[in-house]
Design a protein around this ligand. Structure first.
Ligand code: PLP
Length: 397
């Protein structure tokens, strides 16, 4: 189906943070498959582990014990500090599971029509439930009727949440991306997250942190909630969890522990030995190679470099983000920059129409980080030097 407006480039191979297209042209990859290739391309340890696993067994079934799934769950419990893991195959599935946990939690407490607080500009996926939770009309349009039971508030506005708490007795959970990715690298303030957690505790709501894009070491800690210093109840994961092998996970603890019983949820492919090998190898390699500290260091180098080089450039609104989750907001739609970056041998993304987004692999070196800045800055300057396109032409772009 023609669901994507694709760039006319096909990548044939990759090494670390470098990609080569079919014609042999080399690119610096500052996107990593939209926050997926945690260990970069062709990491020898991941390639070896997956190759060996394929020769043993690729898939059995969740009707039987899957030892590699148990190993992956143990690793995830360690890094999240939570207790239970359900494995699936994508971010929307992890979120779908989280939404079901919240509803079941509500029903178990006698709430017949449980409601979940969600945020404006959030993105949670494209299934019916997750697009209904998503705070973007473009994602929802044409797919009504939406799934009911979501109450939307602006990000970073605690008073709005307090208002809902006073008027809506059906609320059972808050569902938040602590750094909105698709929405434009919008960072929830840490004091806001702590305040939100306090409200959740007061009302015995679940705190559900969608870390599908921002989690897994990208911000310099395993998870964004760890910067705020508390434990949520539900954490959906996917994207970087398997370094490129499709895998998702919904992790529960606190008030959400034990909510699901046998028969409440399932997945044929979820937790298969191949994907679980990718999870175990990704987490072990991240630990051994110190990739959290690296993400922090290289992220700061890129951010500082961009901030300095773009300071005072008319049309640059803000450079923001944390670790290797970075955005440059311009004062106009800038989707055209993706093609000019490819031309210049750089892979980036533009989201929310006017935010250049970078989500490189966590193995990126400081030298490579500086190279991202050196390649991007002239493109941004050149783009902003052109007269701004009229709004309608830009939207069609
Ligand atoms: N949640 C967040 C925060 C995401 O960024 C995404 C994808 O961009 C999803 C959920 C959906 O993940 P998937 O595309 O794997 O279904």
């Amino acid at each position: 189906m023609s669901t994507y407006a694709r760039q006319p480039v096909a990548f044939a191979r990759g090494q670390g943070v470098w990609l080569w297209d079919e014609a042999g042209k080399k690119y610096l990859d500052a996107l990593a498959g939209i926050a997926v290739n945690t260990l970069g391309h062709n990491h020898p340890r991941l390639v070896r582990a997956l190759s060996e696993q394929i020769t043993r067994i690729i898939h059995s079934s969740n009707l039987f014990r899957v030892p590699m799934q148990e190993a992956a769950a143990d690793r995830i419990a360690e890094i999240t500090g939570l207790d239970e893991v359900f494995f699936c195959n994508s971010g929307l599935e992890a979120n779908e599971c989280a939404l079901k946990v919240a509803r079941k939690y509500g029903h178990d407490r006698g709430v017949a029509e449980p409601a979940i607080i969600v945020m404006e500009n959030a993105f949670h996926g494209r299934s019916l439930a997750t697009l209904s939770a998503t705070g973007n009309r473009k994602v929802q349009a044409g797919f009504e009727p939406l799934v009911q039971g979501f109450v939307r508030v602006p990000l970073n506005d605690l008073e709005a949440v307090r208002q809902v708490a006073t008027h809506n007795r059906n609320v059972v959970a808050v569902f938040i991306e602590p750094i909105q990715g698709e929405g434009g690298i919008n960072v929830a303030r840490l004091d806001y997250l702590r305040g939100l957690k306090e409200i959740c505790d007061r009302h015995e709501w679940l705190f559900m942190s969608d870390e599908v894009q921002c989690g897994l070491g990208r911000t310099g800690k395993w998870f964004v909630y760890q910067h705020a210093g508390f434990q949520p109840d539900v954490v959906p994961l996917a994207k970087g969890l398997g370094s490129g092998v499709p895998v998702g996970a919904c992790v529960t603890g606190g008030r959400a522990k034990g909510v699901f019983k046998p028969g409440n949820h399932g997945s044929t492919f979820g937790g298969n030995p191949l994907a679980m090998t990718a999870v175990v190898t990704t987490i072990d390699t991240m630990r051994e190679e110190g990739l959290l500290a690296n993400a922090m260091k290289v992220g700061e180098a890129i951010r500082d470099g961009l901030t300095a080089a773009l300071a005072g450039v008319p049309g640059v609104n803000e450079v923001r983000g944390r670790g290797l989750m970075l955005g440059v907001e311009l004062n106009r739609p800038c989707g055209a920059l993706v093609a000019s970056a490819l031309e210049a041998g750089l892979v980036i993304n533009v989201t929310a129409e006017n935010v250049i987004r970078m989500l490189p692999a966590l193995v990126m070196s400081e030298v490579e980080g500086r190279e991202v800045v050196e390649r991007l800055v002239p493109l941004v300057r050149e783009f902003l030097a052109q007269p701004a396109m009229p709004a309608r032409a830009a939207a069609a772009h």
